[in-house]
Design a protein around this ligand. Structure first.
Ligand code: DNO
Ligand code: MN
Length: 362
């Protein structure tokens, strides 16, 4: 298991590269050019800037998250070919500087959705929270109207430029079925996977978060069966997934460890974090510890270990603790604690394996 840490870039993150380097066992940053709009080809000078900075701190840049997919591609519109060409050029450039994994997602319009970014917990820490009824009862058209009148009603994680096009986008997706989204994903993969292979890169799709349809928009990377279907769309070793235990774990029907066991050879990158899921469908992001949430993190790590996992792993989100002020979910403290928990499980499994091996030798 190779530990990496998401970093949003100079001037765009409260965490420094010096701090990241001091977390035990962290070897690289998970990065992107966050200011570039989806669909644009990434300039080589900008990529090299990040590489030089990371090199100077002894960190690698092997994992990129995300090269975002333009909506025209997800919508399957004729304009998509131009954006797919740009995507291919970006893959080639990233391959040249040694990137090994590109994480992306195929969620229409929105990335992850939460209703509260700083929900207070009993111990005074705060975490990201999803209130099921709030989203389920929201009519998107009504929502857009209210948000336009009242910008503070905006839901967290919604980028301003997306908000602007929100009504147009919701309208555009009105007739896009799940089956069409599958077709559009296949079309995209058939073009980019050969380029990824030629450049030594694994494309790793991130599951939908939460893993169900929101605002009537189709969502397809949601459960074990659909991930199986995804991997068979283009059955190729470079067509892979990012296994995110927190996203998939928000649906209690998802057995995350079972997914690790089934898809092990197609998981080059893992996000390991915990969520506490309530009966009414609400969920909150908790500490990584198995006892604190609904996902059996010990079993998830064990499943990776059993399969000799040599891919990259990051702790994904954390709570906000000890008074730290950071971007939601991306503080230093709780993610660093999460890493130490993951290493604790991993290292004891490694010791156990070695001990058993020695026993057999004697
Ligand atoms: C949620 C996060 C996501 C992820 C993107 C990847 O679990 O990891 O925001 O970064 O969906 O494209
Ligand atoms: Mn994730």
């Amino acid at each position: 298991m190779r530990m990496v840490f998401r970093w949003f870039g100079e001037g765009n993150d409260t965490v420094t590269l010096e701090q990241i380097k001091q977390i035990p066992g962290v070897e690289g940053i998970v990065w992107a050019l966050h200011d570039l709009p989806a669909g644009e080809e990434w300039p080589m000078e900008r990529i090299l800037e990040v590489k030089e900075l990371a090199d100077r701190h002894g960190l690698n840049i092997d994992v990129v998250e995300s090269v975002n997919v333009h909506e025209e591609i997800k919508l399957g519109r004729p304009g998509r070919d131009k954006y797919i060409e740009n995507y291919k050029r970006t893959i080639e450039k990233l391959g040249k500087v040694g990137v090994k994994v590109i994480c992306y997602n195929f969620m229409p319009v929105f990335d992850w959705i939460r209703t509260d970014l700083f929900k207070e917990l009993e111990d005074g820490s705060t975490a990201m929270f999803y209130e099921h009824a709030k989203i389920a009862n929201m009519n998107p058209a009504e929502l857009v109207r209210r948000m336009n009148e009242n910008p503070e009603l905006t839901l967290p994680g919604w980028e301003p430029e997306r908000l602007q096009y929100l009504s147009t986008m919701l309208e555009a997706y009105k007739d896009v079925t799940e089956e069409q989204l599958w077709d559009n994903l296949k079309y995209f993969l058939e073009q980019v996977i050969p380029v990824a292979e030629a450049n030594g890169i694994k494309m790793a799709i991130h599951p939908d978060d939460p893993p169900w349809s929101v605002f009537g928009l189709p969502r397809i990377i949601t459960n074990q069966e659909n991930i199986r279907r995804f991997l068979n769309l283009v059955d190729h070793p470079n067509n892979c997934i990012t296994l995110c235990s927190g996203s998939l774990g928000a649906n209690p029907e998802n057995d995350v460890a079972a997914m690790v066991r089934e898809f092990a050879n197609r998981i080059p990158f893992a996000h390991i974090r915990n969520v506490r899921v309530y009966e009414n469908g609400d969920f909150i992001e908790t500490s990584h510890r198995a006892q604190d949430g609904s996902v059996d993190i010990c079993d998830v790590v064990k499943a990776f270990h059993e399969n000799g996992f040599t891919g990259y792993c990051r702790p994904d989100h954390g709570r906000h603790i000890w008074g730290e002020v950071s971007r939601p979910g991306y503080g230093l403290y709780d993610r660093a604690l999460g890493i130490m928990y993951l290493w604790g499980i991993w290292d004891s499994l490694e010791r156990g394996k070695r001990r058993n091996g020695n026993d057999r030798d004697q």
